[in-house]
Design a protein around this ligand. Sequence first.
Ligand code: BGC
Length: 936
Amino acid sequence: MRIILLISGYLLLVVFPLQLQSASLQPHQLRCEYLPEPLAMEKPHPRLSWQLEATDRGAIQTAYQILVASTPELLGQDRGDLWDSGKVPSNRTNQIHYAGHELAARQDCYWKVRVWGKEGTASSWSEPAYWKMGLLDPADWKAQWIGFDNRRLNKNETFHLPPSPYFRKSWQAKGKVKKAILYSTALGLYEARINGQKVGKDYFAPGWTDYDQRVYYQTYDVTSMLRTGGNAIGFILANGWYAGYTGYAVLVGHPKEYAFYGEVPVFMAQLEIEYENGEREMITSDTDWKVNTGPTLEADLLMGEAYDARLEFEGWDESGYDDASWRNCRRMVGAMGKVESSPGVPVQIVEEIEPIAISEPEKGKYIFDLGTNIAGIVQLKIRGKAGTRVQLRYGEMLHPDGRLMTENLRKARATDTYILKGDSGGESWSPKFTYHGFQYVEVSGLDNPPDKEMITGLVLSSVTPRVGHFESGNDMINQLYRNIVRTQKANYLDVPTDCPQRDERMGWTGDAQIYIRTATYNSDIAAFHQKWLVDLNDAQFGNGAYPNFAPMAFHRPNMTYSPGWMDAGIICTYNIFKVYDDLDLVRKFYSNMQEQLNLYQRKSEQDLLQEGAFDEVDPQGGFGDWLNQDKTATSKILAANIYWLFDLKLMAEMADAIGQRTDAENYRITFRKVQEAFLEKYRTPEGRLQENTQTACVMALDLDVLPTSMKPVVARQLVQLLEENNGYLTTGFLGAKHLLPVLSNAGYRKEALELFTKKGFPSWLYEVVNGATSIWERWDSYTIENGFGGAQNTGMNSFSHYAFGAVAEWMFRHLAGIDMMENGFREIAIRPEPNRALGPVAASYQSINGEIRSAWSLSGNDLKLEVTIPANTTAQVWIPARAVDAVKEGGLPLTEAKGILGQEMDGQLLRVKIGSGTYTFTSASVAGLLPEVAAP
Ligand code: BGC
C-alpha cells in the first residue's frame, strides 16, 4: 500500500503497510456467472470468480473464504448468513459454485472473498460485490402479456411496416421509494421508459431467441428513476426479429417474408416497488394500460425506421399526461416457451464516431463519411421547417463516381426517414429499433447544405469487455488487427452474425466456430456465448445436426445443416470450456453434442463418411471450403470426415473432463477406426494427402487427425502447394484460419511470415492496402482490376464479415505467443515467434485468471522479451536462445533471478518455467535463430 504526500512542492513517497494481516495477494474483480452484478440470477448455484493482484513474483493462492450475506450490514460484520464457505484449501479463483442456503426468488446476495497466500497470511476482504436472484417460478410473474394489433395500420406499399405502438400507465407512489426493480420482456423489441427517461441503455431487448422455445427478460434497478407523487411508465414496441423482416427470406422468395415467430409484438412488465415505510407495490402490465400509435411510423431491423416528429406526444411517458384519447390495451397471447432471465450481455452504444468528410456526388444527396465501417445507427441533429422529410440511406462503400453503393445490401432497405417538427431550437433524433452496417450515410431532403455536426455514428454492439490488445511495429498489421476488432464489434450483436448490413445478419454457425477462439482473445465473450450456445442447442435438428444458423427464424428447404457449420455445437462449446475452464456448459449440452456425433456415425459406412453422405442438404454435400480461391476445391466429403474426427477428439476430452470415462474411451476408439479408414482412402503411398489442396493439408494438420509420421510430409506438401501458387493462399472459410498455425507448428515460421505479409491478391493485407477498415467477406470483395465486380456475386459481398479475421488467433498464439497449457490459462505458454520484419510486438490478454502480457523487441542481434503472468498461475516461456547462459532475466543469470522455476534447452529455444509476475528476459545474439523475411 502506498500513500503519496505532497509537502511544499516535494514529492514524498511513503510506503508502509496499512493492514498488517495483508499478504501480497489481494482479490478483486468479483463476478457472478461472468457478470459484475447480475440482477436476476436463476441458477440455484451460480458460479463466483475473482482475480488476484500480487506484489511479489510467484504468488499462489492456497485457500479462500467466501461470505455471502443477505444485507450489506451483515456482510460488513463478516457474517455470511447465506453462505460462509469457511477457509477452503484451494487455488481456484473461478467456477466456484455457490453452496450456501437455498436462494429464494429476488434474494439479495452481498458477497466478498479473502484469500491466503503461500506464507499462510490472509489478504484483507475484497470490496463487496452483489447479485440478486431472479423470478424463479412462472408464478412470480403477476404481469400480463399485453399488446396492440397494429397490422392494419401499415401504410407502406412495398413492405409490411406498421407503426410502433406506445403504451403507458401512471400511478401515485405510496411514499418514498426504497428500491424499485423492473422486470420486462417482449415478443418483438421494446424500449421501456419511466418518467420521461429511457430505462437502462440497452438496444434490441429482449434479444433474439427462437421465441417459440424461450424468451429472455431484462431486469433494471430503476430506484433512482421513481419519484414520490406521480409516476409514469411507458413502453414502445417494434416487430424486431419476432414479427419483422429477418434474413434473406424476401430475397429467396420464401413463402413467408416476415413475422416468422408471430404477427404482433407484445410485452410483459412488472415493476416491483419497495417503499421506505415497508409497503410494497407492483405495477404490472395489464388491460388498464393505455395504447396509441404516434411518431414511429415504421420500425424494422432490416428495413429501417421512419419517424414523424410532428406526431410526438409531448410528455406521454410522464405522469399528468392526458391519455383520455388513448385506447385500452388488450391482453394477448404471450410466450409459448420459457420466460427466463437473460444470461447474456445487452446491446448498447459502445462508441460514437464523428464524420471525417461530406461530399455531394449528386445534387441534394450529401454523403457523410465516418471513416470506418461500423454497425449501428446515427444521431441526426437538425434544424428546419416542420414537415421537411429527411432521408438517410446507408452503405459500406461508394461507387467510383462517389455515389452510395447499396447493391450489396440486397433486400435490406436500410433507410431511415425523419420528418421535422420544426423546432426553432433544433431537433435531434436517432432510431431505436433498427441498425445498419455502414461507413457512409447519404442524407437527402435537406433545406440547406449540412455541416458535419449533423451526423454522429453510434456504434452498437453486445457489451463484451475488451480483453486483448495487439500491436506490432508495422502499421498495416496494426490496421489489420483494428479491422478484426472492429468487425467483431459489428457482428457480436446479440448473436454472432455473419454480417451487419445485408438482408442476412444471422447467427451463421460456420463463421462462429471458425472465429470463436479469435473472439476470445479480443473480448470477454463468456456471457455472450452462454446465451448463443442456448440458441444453438434450441435450434438443433431432430436428427442431431446443429443448424446452419441460430436462432433459426426460418430455413429454406434442405438448406439446413452442413459439415463445418453444424460442428459449431461442439467446437464453440469446447472453446468456451477451454478458455474459461467452463465445465457447466459441457455438462449442459453434453447429450446434444452426442447427438451430433451420432448423426455422423449413422451417416458413415465402413467407418467413413462416403461420397453422398450429405446429398440431402442444399448446397449438395454442404458448403465445403466456402469462398475458396482454388480451381479445384477441396472435396466436401473430405472436409466432413476431418470435422467428424476433430469432433470426436474434442468430445473425448470433454467427456473425460466431466467424468464420462467410458464415453471418452468410446470416442477415442471410434476416432482410431475413422482415422484408419480415412488414411486408407486419403493417404498416398508416399504418406501425402490424396487431395492436393491447401485446405485439405491445413485442416488435416491443424485439426490434428493425422498420425505423427504423416505430419511433416503433409506440411511439406502444403509448402509445395504454396510455392506452386507463388506463395499465395487458395483457402476459403474452412481452410484459411489453419494456414499460419500449421506452418508455424511445423517449423515453417519463415513461410508463415511470408504468407502473412503478402500484400497482393488474395491476402490478409490486400484489403488493408486497399483501404479496408473492417474484414471483408471475400478475398475478392474488391480488387484493383475488377472493383466490386470481381466478386462472383456483387449482392453477396459484405465488407464486414469476421471469418477471415480468424488469423488473429495466430497473431496472439504465435506472433505474440500467448497461449494456454492448462484450461482457463491456469498454466500459460508464452511462445512468441520474433522476427525483424514485424517487431516490436506487444500483446496482452486479460484471461479469466488475470492479465497476461508478452512483448518482444530486437535491438541489434539481441532479443528482449517482457512477460507478465498473473498471480496464481505459472507459465512456460520459450525464448530463442543460443544457450542457457545467453539468456538473462532483469540482467541476472536465470539461476539467480527470482521466480524462475527451471529452464532447459529445447532445440534452439530455451524453455523457462516461471511463476507469476513480470519478467524481462534478454537473449544475446539471436540473429541466425530467427526467420528473416522482408517487412511488408
Ligand atoms: C453467409 C456466410 C455463411 C454462408 C454459408 C452466407 O450467406 O454470409 O457467412 O457462412 O452463407 O455458406
